[in-house]
Ligand binder design. Structure first.
Ligand code: FAD
Length: 635
């Protein structure tokens, strides 16, 4: 597998501009001769499809929801980073770049991260121009707040609905292109495979989720913007529909999969309340601006929070990390919460949470101010738990949330399959081993609005593509494989639902490949997952017809891919004999319980290739010229 990141020459702050100048362009009159498939209508996909439609390409856009506007990006609450320095508190492109590289524990590609920081400022201008109602100060300036891992306020937000408002902006641009005919939209349509012709991505096979009909679509390039795979853990903050199928099918067809084990467990979620649950709820990280995290000093203390005096509380993040306190990065805050709960100091009926307490902030700022900042999040918490967070601390605990791993891409966001691009959470991203809060929306929109519209032209202008029809044998073969796979699922043993298998897999993964991992646990998973997978294929129950609306079939297909992905995650976690960011191998920690990297052996991206003999590991070495690698410290 050839892994050429294609990093442009020159000083880091000139690379993107220079590259843009050196890229080949497609003449405006020729753009209409090219077709591009974009799978996914979250922030990355909607921004990409709208921008490429606007440029004149013929775009076909797909999502499995009934409307592009319901893509999972709509759930994003807290905000989006940008190095605007409106607060004059010392921010700059260089600082955002540095914070992101350090936050990711020096496991991201410098050149891409610098470009991301550079483009962050354009994103805000673009969204304001679209009418996104960012929060404003009384004088009309855009407001900012802080997120984890940063000592400046650079997060733009729209109350607790930032993702929704940004997606409305992107989808209104998309709707405009649908109306002009430059984008053809296929909602409720799931991509089930990728078609490669003469080594290049030329189309996809999809299933119409309403009728069950399988069909093929041909294009000159394919862009996957299909989001993350946290649902491999079954319980996560992601919508139930989020899945890995599109990028997994691409992996099976030859695209490299980078750092699959780099997953993020978010510290600020509502703790699980019982086995019946199928989803966990995020309480935005923005709450940590004003909430203070603590547990009782004494294990098993079951007095109500208000009855525990200050000197008997442990504000452990403020104690351990005085410089960043409650805004310590997610990987660190999560591990420390787990440590407290494991030591018996957890709070709540199941003792599986820590307190996030707003009483000081309410005293200092008044209840009205807190309500104005976080009112909808407080309401959501009250509805779910039946507790009033203005009067008693919220209970929070870490939950699977984001996946830094994904399809490997070069500087142009192209995978190892020519003509196949991956953007947004679906690629292995700029976040290294740990993503900082409010940086996913930034990355998805940078990829969709600014990078892919430029780099796809460079690919098309440099490539001679034969015209092909859907009747091409490669399309017929892949379509037949998709049909056969569906038949196999329909004809399995009919004993147990796919969801029951998924829950079992997820709990195993969370336990042994979640917040903490070790060799013995990973090896036991690698022995047990194949056995469970075998049972799944023999016993899964998919009632109904395949040529009809059939949600059991949809779920079964996705769970089948989660099984394979889970094995790859364990292999990756086992091979990376170090701790970095969200990847915490218990064998590799400092005396203070922090992640211990091994830069000599692991300063690289691990990229897995699907081969007939099983997954094969390759590496892309990471070099740091503009920042100095150091032990991460938030003390
Ligand atoms: C609860 C929550 C809150 C968050 N808050 C923030 C925040 O405040 N700030 C921040 O920066 N980040 C936040 N994040 C992370 C961020 O929201 C996501 O990383 C980001 O929105 C992902 O965008 P995307 O466009 O890559 O994918 P998504 O928005 O997940 O979109 C995926 C798209 O792909 C489509 N799709 C997937 N598979 C297929 C298939 N096989 N066939 C057809 N279509 C397919 C889906 O239909 C959908 O349209 C949050 C995440 C969660 C879960």
């Amino acid at each position: 597998m050839r892994l050429d990141p294609g990093i442009p020459e020159g000083p880091i702050h000139q690379k993107w501009q220079r590259h843009r100048f050196e890229m080949k362009l497609v003449n405006p009159a020729n753009k209409r001769k090219y077709s591009v498939i974009v799978v996914g209508t979250g922030l990355a996909g909607a921004a990409a499809a709208a921008s490429m439609g606007e440029l004149g390409y013929n775009v076909t856009s797909f999502c499995f929801q009934d409307s592009p506007r319901r893509a999972h990006s709509i759930a994003a609450q807290g905000g989006i980073n940008a190095a605007k320095n409106y607060r004059n508190d010392g921010d700059s492109v260089q600082r955002l770049f540095y914070d992101t590289i350090k936050g990711g524990d020096f496991r991201a590609r410098e050149s891409n991260v610098y470009r991301l920081a550079e483009l962050s400022v354009n994103i805000i201008d673009q969204c304001v121009a679209q009418g996104v109602p960012f929060a404003r100060e009384y004088d009309g300036h855009l407001a900012n707040r802080s997120f984890g891992g940063a000592q400046v306020s650079r997060t733009f937000y729209a109350r607790g609905q930032t993702g929704q408002q940004l997606l409305l902006g992107a989808c209104q641009a998309l709707a405009c292109q649908i109306a002009t005919g430059k984008v053809r939209m296929f909602p409720r349509t799931e991509m089930l495979d990728l078609v490669i012709v003469e080594g290049r991505a030329r189309g996809i096979v999809v299933r119409d989720l309403s009728t069950g009909e399988i069909s093929t679509h041909v294009a000159d390039a394919v862009v996957l913007a299909t989001g993350g795979y946290s649902n491999v853990f079954y319980l996560s903050t992601n919508a139930k529909g989020c899945n890995v199928t599109a990028i997994w099918r691409a992996w099976r067809r030859g695209a490299g999969f980078a750092n699959p084990c780099f997953t993020q467990i978010h510290p600020t979620c509502i703790p699980q309340s019982g086995d019946y649950q199928s989803k966990l709820t995020l309480m935005s990280e923005s709450l940590r601006n004003d909430g203070r995290i603590w547990v009782p000093k004494k294990a098993g203390d079951d007095r109500p929070a208000g009855a525990i005096p200050d000197e008997e509380r442990d504000y452990y993040l403020e104690r351990l990390y005085p410089a960043f306190g409650n805004l310590s990065p997610r990987d660190i805050a999560s591990r420390r919460a787990k440590e407290q709960v494991d030591a018996g100091r957890g709070v709540g009926p199941l003792r599986n949470g820590v307190n996030l307490d707003f009483s000081d902030a309410i005293r200092r700022l008044t209840r009205d101010v807190i309500e104005e900042r976080y009112g909808n999040l407080f309401d959501m918490y009250a509805r779910i738990t039946g507790e009033n967070p203005y009067e008693t601390p919220m209970r929070i605990y870490p939950a699977p949330h984001y996946t830094m791993g994904g399809l490997w891409v070069d500087y142009d966001l192209m995978t190892t399959v020519p003509g196949l691009f991956a953007i947004g959470e679906a690629n292995f991203s700029d976040h290294g081993a740990n993503r900082l809060g409010a940086s996913a929306l930034m990355q998805g929109l940078a990829d969709g609005y600014f990078i892919i519209p430029a780099t796809i032209g460079n690919y098309l202008a440099r490539t001679k593509l034969e015209r092909i029809e859907p009747s091409h044998p490669a399309f017929r073969d892949v379509e037949a494989e998709v049909q056969a796979r569906n038949r196999r699922l329909m004809e399995a043993g009919r004993k147990r639902t796919a969801t029951a298998f998924h829950r079992e897999l997820g709990m195993m993964m969370l336990d042994r490949c979640g917040m903490a991992r070790n060799k013995a646990g990973l090896e036991s998973l690698l022995a047990e997952i194949p056995r469970l997978k075998e049972r799944f294929w023999a016993e899964v129950n998919v009632p109904g017809e395949s040529k009809d609306l059939n949600q059991a079939l949809e779920v079964a297909g996705r769970v089948a891919d989660f099984f394979e992905l889970a094995e790859l995650m364990c292999l990756d976690a086992l091979a990376r004999e170090e701790s970095c960011g969200g990847h915490f191998r218990e064998e590799f920690q400092t005396d203070e319980g922090e992640a211990r990297r091994d830069d000599e052996r692991f300063s690289h991206v691990a990229v897995w290739e699907s081969t007939a003999d099983g997954p094969k590991r390759h590496i892309e070495p990471l070099t740091f010229e503009s920042v100095q690698m150091a032990q991460r410290s938030y003390k």
